[in-house]
Design a binder for this molecule. Structure first.
Ligand code: NDP
Length: 257
């Protein structure tokens, strides 16, 4: 059980990729910290179950199932946050796709490139485009985009994933500069290897990669999803009032090594 401090009391936060892994952990954590959470991902049944669990334990959660690569789905989720809870104070744009095919660039299916760009890059773009107008109206806001150590260099992940996460980092920095004067803070998390469905898929396909994934990290283990969610929590909260445009490494020391 995590200790809670009401870090998001009174706030409404939209979380994408909330049906598993880091997003699911964030949904529980943010709700426990006092936020009303609007959960988005494609698997509606999973989201319903999670929202029910949060509501049953005294939190506030609503869902809007959809695909982040579809602008209308994202807009619907933002609208749902306002309809259910009257506001959108913060967003954790965390949905992502890496695939489990580590074939070299020239052998990788074109469709995989397209999907990695659609989910990671267009998905983040769609979120920013729908969330920022609401925050401009409110006169403040906080957005956290999930990037990766793959935004820092060649991690061994597929080339399109590395490119996509570099794009998320670039978008974060440029958008942070555009909206700082409007009191909208935009940051990204440089996430290291984390034990989620995404990593399990890759390790199932390539078992030898389990130890390789953590070899460069100073902390020789995978993160628990909630350890990443804790960093997102801080960035979404008012305690991070002087953090914008940052690429916060939560990577067991990978970036520094
Ligand atoms: P998971 O596979 O557990 O979660 C991915 C989430 O994204 C799911 O909730 C999935 O839900 C959702 N999602 C995928 N595609 C879409 C889509 N098109 N529209 C809406 N939602 C979508 O992985 P993680 O929790 O690990 O991933 C979270 C983020 O962390 C990603 O951005 C990932 O790139 C990043 N990351 C993860 C690392 C790791 O080691 N695990 C390392 C570095 C970064 P659904 O299928 O229901 O749509």
């Amino acid at each position: 059980m995590n200790e809670t401090n009401g870090m998001l009391a009174g706030k409404t936060v939209m979380i994408t990729g909330a049906s598993s892994g880091i997003g699911e952990a964030a949904a529980r954590l943010f709700a426990a910290e006092g936020a009303a959470v609007l959960l988005m991902a494609r698997r509606e049944d999973v989201l319903k179950h999670l929202a029910q669990e949060i509501n049953d334990s005294g939190g506030r959660a609503a869902i809007s199932a959809g695909d982040v690569s579809v602008a209308q789905d994202v807009q619907r989720a933002v609208d749902a946050a306002r309809e259910h809870f009257g506001a959108l104070d913060a967003a954790f744009n965390n949905a992502g796709f890496a695939g489990d095919d580590l074939a070299p660039l020239h052998e990788l299916d074109q469709a995989l490139f397209d999907r990695m760009m659609a989910v990671n890059v267009s998905g983040t773009w769609n979120c920013l485009r729908s969330q920022i107008p609401v925050m401009l109206e409110a006169g403040k806001g906080a957005i956290v985009n999930t990037s990766s150590t793959a935004a820092m260099g060649a991690t061994g992940a597929p080339v399109p994933y590395v490119a996509a996460k570099h794009a998320v980092l670039g978008m974060t920095r440029a958008a942070a500069a555009e909206y700082a004067a409007h009191d909208i803070r935009i940051n990204t998390l440089v996430v290291g290897t984390t034990r989620t469905e995404m990593i399990n898929q890759v390790v199932d396909a390539y078992p030898e990669l389990g130890p390789a994934f953590v070899a460069r990290q100073m902390q020789k283990r995978m993160a628990d999803p909630v350890e990443i969610a804790q960093a997102a929590l801080w960035l979404c909260s008012d305690r991070a009032s002087f953090a914008t445009g940052s690429a916060l490494a939560v990577d067991g020391g990978w970036t520094a090594g």
